[in-house]
Structures are given as C-alpha cells and as structure tokens.
Write a protein that binds this ligand. Structure first.
Ligand SMILES: [Zn+2]
Length: 544
C-alpha cells in the first residue's frame, strides 16, 4: 500500500513537483528533470495498479497534480487522461469510482470521459462476462451518449461500439454505428473487429444466410484492414464449443485467408493447433516448415505452384503495354525519342530469357565500389545466365560506358545491352522488355516494383504480383571468392492454399495492421486437414 503513502507525501510537496516527486519516490531520491519521459506509465504502475478505489481527496490530488505537471493536460481532457490510466481489465471499479467522484463534485463527465469508461468496461469484458448490472450501466452510458446527437463523430461511435458489444442483448445496435462512422471517415480496424468478434460468438452461423460476422470480415479485407486476432479467436472458440460447425466455418475461414492473402498471427495459429487436439476427429493440425523444393515437411506434399494462366499473362501484358503506349507518364523522365528507340530495339532483339537491370545489379552489394568492381559484378551476373545458355538483355545508363572496358566488353559480347540516358527510370524499360518477351521470361532486379503494381489497378495487381514472384531474380551478395548468391524466384504460393485435401496456412509472429508487401517465404506454416463432422461430434452438440 505504499501508493497511498506516496500520495500523502505528494500532498506535502509543492504542487509544481506533482507526480515527478510521487513517481520517483520509491526508486530514488527525487531528481527534477531526470525522470523517464513517460510519467503517466509510472503513475499507472506505481499508483493505480491493484487499487479498487480512492478517496475523494486522493482523486482531487491526482487531478490537480496532472493539471499542474503537464502542459498538454487541461480541464477539457484531464478526466480522459485519468480514465486512460485506469483502463486495464482489472480496473473497472477504479474507473467507475473516478466517475462517481466527478459526479459527487457536481461535475458531469463529458462524452469523451464516458466513452473512455466504455473502453474500460470492454477491457473487463475480455477477461470475464459482465454482470447484468454492469451491462445495464453500459447501456445507460450508451443511451446517454446517443440521445443528444443524431449523428455522432467517429470516436464516439467507436467508443459506443466497444460498450455495446459487451452486452448480451443489445450488441446488434453496434452495426448501424459502423455505418454512421462511414459518414465522416472509414471505420477503424478496432471498430470492425469489435463487432465481428462479438458476432462470431453470438450469431447463428449455420442458419443465417449472410451472417454479419462474415460480412464485416469481407468488408475489412476489401478495405485492406486486417482483422484483429480476437476476431479469429472468437470464431475458433465458438467452433470448439460447436464441433458440427468446424468443417464449413473453418473452410470458409481458410478460403477467406487465401483470397485476401492474409497471414494470421502465432496466437491464432496456436489456438488452431489446440482446436486440432480438442477435436481430432474434425481436424488434424500440425506446425510445419517448408523444405526444398517447396514441400511440406509434415505431409510431404508439394505446395501449389504460383503460376498464372496464359490468359492472365495476356491480360497483364496487354494492360501494362497499353499503359506504356497510351500513358507516357510510365516512362517518366524519358524522352519520347528514347522510348521509341527502345521499343524498336526490343522488337529487333527480343525475345529474351532474362532481362537484367544493370545499374540495380551493380549497386546491389554497396554503392561505394570502383567502376571496375561495378562492371565486374554486372559481367558476373551475365555469365551466370550465359552459362545456362540464356538469352540476356542488360539495361543500363549511358555513364556505364565509362566503366571498366574489359567487363563491359564481356557484357556487350554475351548479352544485348541497351543504355538509356542518365536520368531515366529503368523499371518501365525492364518490365516492358520482360513482358514483351513472353510468359517464360525472367528479370533480375532487387526493386519491389511497388508503384507499378499499384498503378495496374486492383484487378491486375494480384496477377502482377504473382507473375513478379514467379519471375524475379535478385542478387543477395557476392562471396569473397566471387561466387554469386542469387535469390531465385519463388515458384510456389505464399498464402494459405489447399493441395488435395490438405491446407497449408502461413502465419506471422505478431499481428500488424500494416503487413509489409514482400516476397519473403513465411517461416511458419500450419499443415491442416479437415474432416467432415463425425456423428459422434454432432451428437455432442445436440446434447449440449
Ligand atoms: Zn502439409
């Protein structure tokens, strides 16, 4: 109970010291200006944790100290800040106690404070079900926030959503608030996730035609907002209780992950592994790795190739070339004359087996190399492909002419070489020549081609990405003995997919709202086999 003691000490110190004094007492003698930058966190750990309530005078003291210590805290936000500090799942009583304190002082907590309190109810709800009385309290707050305004701002909507989903009978009122959020902004991942998480726990998943849970999940994926882990966990927990739902619902989930190329987190993967142990007759799940060449270590099946169809290649190629022909901005910084010269050159010398971005290769092991070293590297990459009897085009810049004559001579002799002016961007030339050469042609560059993928539009982008994954080589490094370490294209799929009756599902360590776009092969996979629901498991459901 040293917190109280500290608080009493706090009252004795001049107000300007405020929490500085308070927060530092238990660790060292007060040293003004030498405290950690996040004193609110110190306040949280040394003061509110483990407390259920404070006396009115203690709250008063906390409030005054915050107001005096922090420039950014004023009368308008001090209550939200205090409720924010008391926002852990075990601190509902303390947070409610603060709001009671405010009321006892004749202060009506503002909308932001009440919204914050709803978040604390939500945190508690994730640890235990709320009692009927608590659910009534939540509803009262939601009603009071909603009654005065026909349209609420996005933050208020989000707070009310987090309140409503803690109730058994009124959570459906949250869905229209999501629509209301769309008036002023795009609903947040948190708001979407809160509702679909609840819907997965409550809805009649097998009877309802178009359940809200799945509808929201699809909407999130369309909006490129990856659902939070809690959403998947809610579904899996539900399946643990209703095994008859496993086959259809898990299939739907896996298809969803496949279509949107979403990676779940280890937390979700672990829960799936547990589900497999709980319901061995419904599904078998094991953690697995990929072993060369693209095989599952657990079931030994080959992953599905990433290949795009001939028709898809035709569409991709047409839509890129069309953009090149119609929109000159693809060849930004190139003169029309240069572009025309290049097209003529490709028409004359294509098709190639591999198109190499010479400058990109030259600089890929560091930019502080001598022209001799740079040229040598390009020549070594060319010889790497020439040894395999590949027809190679090297794209470069005019200034490369001045590089080591011997190496550049080797390049010119063993590959087609096209040099653009020193200001041009190389990727459009590279993609043009590669696509023009046909569906089997590869290219060599470390560039991720993000902007090109983006500009192809939502329909073509995933096809471009698959084509790129299948055809892009890049230089990892060159060893001291001169050996090239080349990153080969990944010819199998990197997202969840099914081979015969087995699903392979990649997962990442932790959830991130902005997954990076890359062609790294996920290290961790699940090997998952679904069986239809057995009679025994069906009858378990019926007797439940
Ligand atoms: Zn497998």
């Amino acid at each position: 109970m040293y917190s109280l003691r500290l608080l009493r000490k706090l009252r004795r110190v001049p107000p300007i010291n405020g929490f500085r004094e308070f927060a530092s007492q238990h660790k060292r003698r007060p040293q003004l200006g030498a405290l950690s930058p996040d004193r609110l966190e110190e306040l949280r750990t040394s003061f509110v944790e483990g407390r259920q309530e404070l006396s009115a005078s203690d709250w008063q003291e906390v409030r005054q100290s915050l107001l005096k210590t922090y420039k950014h805290i004023g009368e308008h936000n001090v209550d939200v800040v205090i409720l924010g500090v008391c926002s852990g799942p075990g601190q509902l009583s303390l947070a409610k106690n603060y709001v009671e304190f405010l009321r006892s002082q004749g202060t009506q907590p503002n909308a932001a404070s009440l919204g914050r309190l709803l978040r604390v109810y939500n945190a508690a709800y994730h640890e235990r079900l709320l009692s009927d009385v608590e659910q009534d309290e939540v509803l009262k707050i939601c009603d009071s926030l909603q009654k005065n305004h026909e349209t609420l701002d996005a933050t208020s909507c989000e707070n009310i959503i987090h309140g409503l989903v803690t109730t058994k009978d009124h959570w459906r009122r949250a869905a229209p608030l999501l629509e209301m959020m769309k008036v002023t902004s795009s609903p947040s991942i948190a708001a979407y996730s809160a509702i679909s998480e609840k819907a997965f726990s409550e809805e009649d998943l097998d009877k309802q035609e178009d359940p809200l849970s799945w509808r929201l999940l699809e909407e999130m994926a369309q909006e490129k907002k990856p659902p939070k882990c809690e959403v998947y966990l809610a579904l899996i927990n539900r399946l643990a209780k209703e095994p008859a739902l496993v086959a259809a619902q898990l299939n739907r989930l896996l298809n969803f992950l496949e279509r949107h190329e979403i990676l779940v987190s280890r937390r979700v993967a672990d829960r799936l592994l547990e589900l497999g142990q709980q319901l061995p007759q419904s599904l078998q799940v094991s953690a697995t790795r990929l072993v060369p060449p693209g095989k599952c270590e657990s079931c030994q099946q080959h992953f599905q190739p990433v290949a795009i169809s001939d028709e898809q290649f035709r569409m991709l190629s047409e839509s890129f070339l069309e953009r090149v022909l119609i929109r000159s901005d693809v060849f930004q910084r190139s003169t029309p004359m240069e572009v025309a010269r290049f097209k003529k050159y490709v028409d004359r010398t294509a098709p190639y087996d591999c198109v190499i971005d010479g400058l990109n290769v030259a600089y890929s092991t560091g930019t502080k190399k001598s022209p001799q070293q740079l040229a040598k590297l390009v020549a070594t990459v060319v010889s790497h492909f020439r040894e395999q009897n590949k027809r190679v085009l090297v794209l470069g810049r005019e200034h490369m002419r001045n590089w080591c004559k011997q190496s550049m001579h080797y390049v010119q002799k063993n590959a087609s070489l096209f040099l653009t002016n020193n200001l041009s961007h190389d990727d459009p030339f590279l993609l043009y020549a590669t696509l023009k050469s046909g569906a089997d042609t590869d290219f060599f560059s470390r560039d991720l081609m993000r902007s090109h993928a983006f500009h192809l539009g939502p329909e073509m982008k995933p096809i471009f990405r698959r084509w790129q994954q299948q055809h892009q080589f890049s230089l990892v490094t060159q060893t001291k003995t001169g050996k090239l370490i080349v990153k080969e294209p990944i010819r199998h799929r990197l997202e969840a997919h099914q081979v015969s009756d087995t699903w392979h599902v990649p997962f990442c360590e932790v959830y991130t709202p902005h997954p990076p776009e890359s062609f790294e092969v996920p290290t961790n996979w699940l090997c998952l086999k679904l069986n239809g629901p057995t009679n025994e498991e069906k009858s378990t459901k019926e007797t439940q």
